[in-house]
Design a protein around this ligand. Structure first.
Ligand code: G
Ligand code: G
Ligand code: MN
Ligand code: NA
Length: 254
């Protein structure tokens, strides 16, 4: 209840910000991509993690406005970095199932890209398995719009949701993000390493790219590389960074 109360007007009080974490290619030196992660410094409650406040924002409906703010800020920032000559591929944002279900969401995303002069083909939406599990007409229409405009979709935290995988063929998914719990276990447990390998094979068989999250050690990175994983993300490469630090990271990595 406290959080719900404090969320009220938080956008207008400018309490949200974004941090950015790079995703690097496992092989070769193509430009990295960037995931945006939301941060909230509440005037009343102090810093509050999205893991804590997103579920509450979903329950009280505020997630729609917060999600719009995130998309707007990401496209604005990406365009600024592009115009500054920094080289990167996609920017990725986490999108809640409730945003997807909101009428006109896809059209709003495209309009927002146009307004900022940011190509929709370089704005990736990270969805959880639970957002994809229901197959409704509204969801299909939403994905049709994304597909028409080339908006890439990624399944976040892959492997922790449901064992129903029909959605992988039903919806235009480009990327699987292996949940970091598998990456953390893969060096200690042969079975877990088999799971990450199987996810890489599954993704590739379906024509998708596979990303590993939560890569913290060189040993994890090299095993994932050997398994054919396409992109890596985690503290080994960088923590989530403030915009200014992200600029420096991009400059020093190219
Ligand atoms: O960045 P951090 O580890 O605190 O993120 C915790 C959780 O919050 C993760 O599951 C992440 O996907 C989610 N999250 C971070 N930023 C956003 C956002 O902008 N929107 C939504 N819906 N979830 C986010
Ligand atoms: O669910 P999602 O993948 O969007 O969540 C991203 C969260 O994971 C962010 O809050 C980020 O801070 C966290 N994160 C990113 N890299 C690492 C890592 O290498 N190790 C751990 N433990 N967490 C990470
Ligand atoms: Mn994510
Ligand atoms: Na994740």
């Amino acid at each position: 209840l406290d959080i719900e109360h404090a969320l009220n007007g938080a956008i207008d009080r400018d309490e949200f910000s974004l941090v950015y974490q790079p995703l690097v290619h496992a092989v070769g030196d193509q430009p990295p991509s960037i995931e945006a992660l939301l941060r909230w410094e509440s005037a009343r409650l102090g810093p509050c993690s999205p893991a804590e406040f997103i579920p509450i924002a979903e329950k009280c409906g505020e997630i729609i406005r917060i999600g719009d703010w995130v998309l707007d800020e990401v496209c604005r920032q990406a365009r600024v970095w592009q115009q500054a000559g920094l080289s990167f591929d996609r920017v990725a944002v986490n999108v809640s199932a409730l945003q997807l279900r909101e009428r006109g969401f896809a059209e709003r995303v495209i309009a927002l890209c146009n307004r900022h002069g940011w190509s929709p083909t370089r704005l990736e939406l990270e969805l959880t398995e639970s957002a994809l599990i229901r197959d409704t007409d509204a969801l299909r229409q939403c994905f049709d719009v994304f597909e028409r405009h080339g908006v890439p979709l990624a399944v976040d935290d892959f492997g922790t949701g449901f064992s129903n995988l029909h959605y992988l063929n039903r919806f235009p998914v480009q990327r699987l993000k292996i949940d970091r719990s598998f990456v953390q276990g893969m060096l200690h447990d042969a079975g877990t390493a088999e799971v990450t390998q199987a996810i890489v094979h599954l993704g590739h068989a379906l024509g998708m790219r596979v990303v590993a999250e939560g890569v913290e050690t060189p040993a994890e990175a090299s095993m994932l590389q050997r398994q054919g994983c396409d992109e890596l993300q985690g503290y080994l490469f960088s923590q989530p960074l403030r915009p200014r630090e992200m600029v420096q990271w991009l400059r020093s990595s190219q």
